[in-house]
Ligand binder design. Structure first.
Ligand code: IMP
Ligand code: MG
Length: 174
């Protein structure tokens, strides 16, 4: 089945938003050090673009989790594929995600990383699909765009491992 991609957010709009989030983080963490944890693979471009614009001292680490198969529905289960390389005890941590959908991934990760006694844990996501939330208790601290319930790709997000490299956010039309 062939799919087409319709542009939802241009590269320019996305980068402008990344800059705004970075400025907010720079204000909030002034005088502190920050650990940002990018969730592979979807958040890799966003994490890097964000990190380039952060002016407080920042350490970067990555985790890989699986919550989706090859389809477009969340299974509700989260499995750690790759853990952090560095300890986070006593650190101020921001978990960076591409998108929050059901909320299973971020809810699980916040709890999982919270057990390592970081000083603080905040959540940052480029995209938020609030209509899809199952884990209603998950609060997002930094959010790029709220989008309707549509399946999107680009800026790290994939459909069956394709389209991650698109520099814009597009809606998949089947
Ligand atoms: P959640 O656990 O349901 O919140 O899902 C989070 C993960 O599902 C994200 O990190 C993405 O990998 C994936 N995901 C959710 N919605 C989309 C989408 O519209 N396009 C691509 N991936 C998505
Ligand atoms: Mg992801």
């Amino acid at each position: 089945m062939a799919e087409t991609i319709r542009v939802l957010l241009s590269e320019e709009e996305v980068l402008k938003k990344v800059e705004e989030i970075a400025q907010q983080i720079n204000r909030d963490y002034e005088g502190r050090e920050l650990t940002i944890i990018g969730i592979l693979k979807g958040a890799v471009f966003f994490t890097c673009e964000l990190a380039k614009r952060i002016t407080v001292p920042v350490t970067m680490d990555f985790m890989s989790v699986s919550s989706y198969g090859s389809g477009t529905e969340s299974s509700g289960k989260v499995k750690i594929i790759k853990d952090l390389d560095l300890p986070i005890e006593g650190k101020d941590v921001i978990i960076v995600e591409d998108i929050i959908d059901s909320g299973f991934t971020l809810s699980y990760l916040k709890e999982f990383l919270g057990q390592r006694n970081p000083n603080s844990v905040r959540l940052c996501t480029l995209l938020n699909k609030p209509e899809r939330r199952v884990k209603k208790e998950v609060t997002v601290d930094y959010e790029g765009f709220r989008i309707p319930d549509q399946f999107v790709v680009g800026c790290g997000l994939d459909y069956d491992q394709k389209y991650r490299n698109l520099p814009y956010i597009g809606v998949v039309e089947f």
